[in-house]
Design a protein around this ligand. Structure first.
Ligand code: HEC
Ligand code: HEC
Length: 401
């Protein structure tokens, strides 16, 4: 997972300085963003035989941006689905992408941190795959990992930590894919122009296409926001107003249709990648985070980047516990405690410290008080972001069964 810090130099990272952290956010999801609702983006350039892909999104819901060198087609999405669920994609045959990204948990795994095929623990927790087609920066804190295609190589070949554990096994992997009956027609169909479609590059292209197709757009919130339906309880509506209000400030970092301030979609004109320190730690009172999890500081080395992470989407958040980059908060109610206190206090152990005093903390994390009813309202609102159809939609389920 670690890339050379040098790679980050020269990159334009909009890691908003402590004083400018309130800037630039999409408006409260009301308007649904600038998304196009025109005809399906198809497999233009996908080559003979490929069929155009229909996102199937409701009007007003933005479409993901697709890289020019990997147009999305039905054939690629289908191949990617097989690969995503294929345990043969791990060195010892025990794991697939879906081991850590399970559909029933909105494509997370319920664990605090990822556990790889050899038992090695990741320092961070698995993130939802839904709506990753809208990201312009991937994982919890990586300003240089810019596409789903590149990202897929990390779990496959990464050695620190080992996830799927395929390093050095490329040839074995490709040889196996060539002989697997499920792939004999699917690779050539997905990449009809290639004389040898069985390449690592095409593996990640197909997986990325599949992931791009996984979009969460059928929550009660969506029915309310895009469909004009009365699908929210009174409590959830009050929670929505709190969430989008200046007392709680949540929407500044978790705003827009994807409930995150780092998004990209068809028609986006100005892109930002934002990283924030929420005062989760303040080890020894010096502003430090645990040494293996320093956020984008790991890349830039700038002291003010200590503890800055990406604000993840809050879609399906009720299903993706435990929370935060290291899974260190168990419940949504405790997440609210953290924000209400303006940062978390850890009283003992190696990471003891008063997070609310973290000098690098975003000024938007100022703390607030909630009545018992208000807390219930915010939680009710967060639950409306759950998209139950996502969890069982056959298009994204395991095709091997
Ligand atoms: C061992 C568990 C594990 C496996 C296997 C795994 N992942 Fe992940 N995934 C993670 C963890 C942990 C993170 C967060 C990584 C980080 O922040 O450094 C993550 C993050 C991601 C993200 C970023 C999501 C976001 O919001 O930025 C994507 C995309 C992703 N994984 C796709 C895949 C694909 C594709 C595969 C199979 C090729 C895969 N993962 C296999 C654990 C896993
Ligand atoms: C300054 C920006 C900012 C504000 C304001 C903010 N958040 Fe966050 N949020 C983040 C970041 C960054 C993370 C990831 C932090 C980490 O893992 O260290 C996060 C994580 C979360 C998570 C856990 C996500 C997951 O997948 O584990 C939840 C839930 C959450 N925030 C809810 C809220 C709520 C509710 C509010 C308002 C009370 C709020 N946030 C205000 C930036 C913000």
């Amino acid at each position: 997972m670690r890339l050379l810090p040098a790679l980050a130099i020269g990159l334009m990272i909009v890691a908003a300085a402590a004083c400018g952290d309130d800037g630039e956010t999409a408006p409260p999801a009301g308007g649904g963003g600038a998304g196009g609702s025109s005809a399906a983006t198809g497999g233009a350039g996908g080559g003979g035989g490929s069929t155009a892909f229909d996102w199937g999104l409701p009007p007003g819901y933005p479409k993901p941006r697709v890289p020019e060198d990997n147009p999305i087609t039905n054939e690629k999405v289908e191949l990617g689905r097989y690969l995503f669920y294929d345990k043969g994609l791990s060195g010892n045959g025990t794991q697939s992408c879906a081991t850590c990204h399970q559909q029933s948990l909105a494509f997370t795994d319920g664990l605090p941190v990822g556990v790889g095929s050899t038992g090695q623990h990741h320092v961070r927790g698995a993130m939802s795959i839904a709506n990753t087609g809208y990201l312009n920066a991937f994982t919890w804190a990586n300003p240089v990992l810019a596409s789903l295609e590149e990202q897929a190589l990390v779990p496959m070949f990464g050695e620190n930590p080992v996830e799927l554990g395929l390093a050095g096994q490329e040839d074995t992997l490709l040889a196996r894919l060539k002989t697997e009956p499920a792939y004999v027609d699917r690779f050539p169909a997905a990449f009809p122009e290639d004389t040898d479609p069985y390449t690592v590059e095409n593996v990640v292209r197909a997986i990325a296409s599949f992931q791009r197709s996984i979009i969460s757009y059928r929550s009660a919130w969506d029915a309310y926001n895009y469909g004009g339906q009365q699908s929210l309880s009174e409590s959830a509506v009050r929670g929505k107003d709190l969430f989008f209000g200046e007392r709680l400030e949540c929407f500044h970092c978790h705003g827009g249709f994807n409930f995150s301030d780092s998004v990209s979609h068809e028609g986006t004109t100005f892109e930002e990648i934002m990283f924030h320190n929420t005062g989760l730690y303040n080890v020894g009172g010096t502003g430090d985070y645990p040494p293996d999890n320093t956020g984008i500081f790991e890349f830039t080395g700038f002291p003010t980047d200590m503890g800055r992470f990406r604000a993840p989407t809050l879609r399906n958040i009720a299903l993706t516990a435990p929370y935060m980059h290291d899974g260190s908060i168990a419940t949504l109610s405790e997440v609210l405690d953290h924000y209400a206190a303006g940062g978390r206090t850890i009283t003992s152990g190696p990471y003891a410290g008063v997070g609310s005093d973290n000098p690098y903390k975003s000024e938007l994390i100022a703390g607030f008080t909630l009545t018992v009813q208000e807390r219930a309202d915010v939680l009710a609102f967060l639950e409306t972001l759950t998209d139950y159809e996502l969890l069982t939609d056959e298009r994204w389920s395991d095709p091997w069964h």
